[in-house]
Design a protein around this ligand. Sequence first.
Ligand SMILES: [Mg+2]
Length: 351
Amino acid sequence: MQLKEIGEFGLIDRIKNIVDTSSTELLVGIGDDAAAFRSSKDHLTLVTTDVLIEGVHFDFDYFTFQQLGWRALAVNLSDIAAMGGRAKYAVFSLGLPEKIQVESIEEFYRGVKELGDKFQTAVIGGDTTQSPDRLFISVTVVGEVEKEKLTLRSGAQVGDAVFVTGTLGGAQAGLQILKSAMNKFPPRGGIKGGVSSTADLKRGVLIDKHLTPQPRINEARFLVENFPIHAMIDISDGLASEINHICQQSGVGVLLRAGDIPIDSATREAAAFFKERPLNYALRGGEDFELLFTASEEVANELQKKFREKFGFECVRIGTIKAPQDGVTLKTLDGKFIPILAKGYDHFGTE
Ligand SMILES: [Mg+2]
């Protein structure tokens, strides 16, 4: 059987069937953003891991080593955030092709350190080995969460309000700018190397969203410390895919309103330039590393207000959790109700 016949999630299910285990210490095994097990009376240890391969997840045409180091850690911190936790330690393993210079590897770890310092996450080990022709990066992050603050994908309740932090689609727009001839969108306004127009600035913001995503650890901690958050996931594969994970694992349906999905003006302009629909960037693009979460209707207004006061940007309400028979549904801009298919980024290209 070919991998593309069952896809990434089909493969995960099969692996789970072979290795899944249960113990009184293990609270979450395979199938959430991170695993969680009891490490003391009140605390749980979180573990998550990610692999990045040159030519699949990144390209040196547009990544510096420093940005790559940042990003490799950021995607893992985002998974720890999605569980409501803090990231504590990271282990990096690199497969290094001969072409890579020592200075480049140092630059990579400067990017790791820059982000790690922001969230008190320390690199405590790893491994390096030779790789035939491409750089291979494996990162494992260990985090911690208070038992009562652990937030899973499976906790959504009928009637919950559904929120996302920040805006969606920007990382995908940024990637498309990087992949296309960068100097075409928008027309360069200024002197080479400097930001001298609004157009340059907007392009820069989208590119940064892709290259150096901001993990929402502080935002997640604020949410779980101040509000009863029922379910949470980070948006790595696109809103469509992530909302399906929450609905499947919580045994609920959802109604999202397309008009409420937050997409910023830079992303809309990029979408118009590339003749794409901005909503598609948000639903299918992924890699925004924002948080998608649910909380009861009663706390919705207070939560949004407090979040805005604390962080200076919005967490936007995009829909409501429904009974399972209502399905996973989007109310489109022209008032139609359509199913949201779980077609995010699939790592084995089953789409
Ligand atoms: Mg995740």
